[in-house]
Design a protein. Structure first.
Lengths: 200, 200, 200, 200
DNA sequence: AATGAATGAGTCTTCATTCAT
DNA sequence: GATGAATGAAGACTCATTCAT
């Protein structure tokens, strides 16, 4: 099992990340169990430690992978269109991802909202590129006067992402009752852009 | 004598709740340590179990207390005034609480955003009265046309509370960098009511 | 099992030290097994950690106890008599101890001779009082010309202790074949004082 | 080709012995790490097991090599001269070795002084030829009356080797403070032959 | 013959909970 | 009712050894 493993190794690593994401998503960093993660990934407990130095590092890598995917999603948002259209596209990409690979997103969202001293710096670090990408989606809108001028774009980006996140949390927390996944993009965008007074 | 003893018992219970809130706020349900909680409350480890059946129940009571306080805050919001004024008043009551007794709020906020199967039902249950109270603040505004008509008030209440929460999380997560506590009420209300396009 | 434990606690601690000494004596710091130590001391594994913060600290306390006993032995050596008589008395006290409580001595001797970076500082620290006591046995002899003048007393004390130690090691190592325990005091003293040329 | 391959094999084996000696010298049998040994020897972990059946056997071979070198050193001691001269020469050969290849000696010395059931028989077995060689250095001295007559030469050989060993231990333990390596041969010989009363 | 990924038994350590005092 | 020592299940992590390539 020595030399020609290059691709096989990547596969094992990926399996570990996936099963770890599932466990962390359901039980959190403390509650997750390395034994279970390795079993789900079809390997021995010791193997986990051939790929990740510690549970915490494994967690960090799951987080990093989740954030990497988020950045990729933003990158796919088409260039043209109004701010509203682009934000909806962004939300739809998110939701699509969420349908396929929920665990990674759950881990990112939960940690982003948990602000635990032990893990928060990790989240912030990994999410920075994502927030920057969202800012770049907002920027043209700002220039065209589609956004209020009294707030830095960085803060607005944070608020948009926060609004989306809020809806995911509410979706998961309510067991899918409300809001429905397919409603989230439009709802997030209208609340973010127009607020609760509604369009005028 | 009996009355005094009863009062003393209440005091011990309160001290336990306070120190438990502090530990849960900093370390989460799993990370918190019963030993430390009892020490901080100036009593023995065994005493905790004279007041609460288990760590999980203690956590639940901290959560309940946090939610009870939230309901009280909403109750204090003066009756008259525009929707905007009342929401700002609500936000200010929150922030005032947060300055004095951060841990309880932190526990509630974190659990509300963590949607863990093990604790989420608890949160939902305890927060229901709070959300109902917020709905009642929104209702007159709805009747006066200060709120869009295409969304149930219950959902809008959730979104307002979510917006506030989001800002607390961001405040804690950024180490107080942004937003400043004193800016949160106005910011939450304008984002909630007017959105990112701004007032028109 | 709460309040009136004072004496009982000391007993548990003593039992733990004794069984730990036995395990460390036989298997060394790394080889010893906390599980076995607790079983031998008739308590649960967790109890060990109520008394000692870690295996390493437990080891340190065994070492300290072993050294404390050594100092006591030297203290019992009668004041008067020739250097030779006093050294023999010292050796006999050692040997008597060794017959009763071999494990503590074995641990001290082995660590003193193992000079491992991790434990050596501990040994040195705990043995200092012992060496000082031996020096004080040598000092009157030095003044009376019973010791060569070209070496500091501190070095000679080290050499005498070393000679004794050597014989214990040889005794243990040979399975008791040679030297016999009862021969050690006289042998150590004659070798130390007169050397291999013999008395002249 | 076969010869070359054989030489290459010998080289790998030697490298493994050297790096193993270094690890065992620093961390002991239990503390040493096969991974690190193989890395230091510039080969893969599995390779170790092509040369040695187990960690314990590797340790045994390091011990054997250390003892083999010791025997070689004694063999180099010139034939003629007084007992004192020959013993000093022996000590000087030891010290010279110690300057060049400390780890092997450290392993031998530590194990010789550790009398652990698991390894002691090994040490004894490997050290026997060395002790015999030292005896042969002592024998002519005995015949010439340079040694006391009341002790078997075998025991005196053991005591001389022990005295040297003691000084190495003290040298290593004190971090080189005392005794200095270059003082050891003379010091060992005078203490061994004349004792602490000094020459008379 | 060399490799190094996989293995899993073995260990220390933690900590919620119990219960005798 | 308070106490805090005892408990032991649970879990992260290590590492010598194996063996497919």
């Amino acid at each position: 099992m020595a030399r020609l493993a290059a691709a096989a190794k990547q596969q094992v690593r990926d399996r570990l990340l996936v099963s770890a994401a599932a466990q962390f998503a359901e039980h959190g960093l403390d509650g997750a169990n390395i034994d279970r993660i390795s079993l789900d990934a079809d390997c021995a407990k010791g193997t986990v430690y051939n790929y990740f130095a510690s549970k915490e590092e494994l967690f960090g890598q799951v987080l990093a992978e989740g954030c990497r995917r988020a950045v990729e999603r933003v990158a796919k948002v088409p260039e043209g269109g109004t701010l509203q259209q682009r934000l909806v596209a962004l939300g739809e990409a998110d939701v699509a991802e969420l349908r396929d690979e929920e665990p990674f997103m759950k881990v990112v969202v939960r940690e982003a909202m948990s602000f635990r001293p032990r893990t928060y710096p990790l989240v912030i670090e990994h999410l920075r590129p994502y927030l920057q990408a969202v800012e770049e989606v907002l920027l043209p809108g700002r220039e065209r006067g589609e956004l209020r001028g009294d707030r830095p774009v960085a803060e607005l980006a944070l608020l948009f992402v926060g609004t989306l996140t809020l809806l995911y949390v509410q979706h998961w927390g309510s067991g899918g009752t409300w809001p429905d996944l397919s409603d989230i993009p439009a709802l997030a965008v209208t609340m973010f852009l127009d607020g609760a007074r509604g369009e005028r």
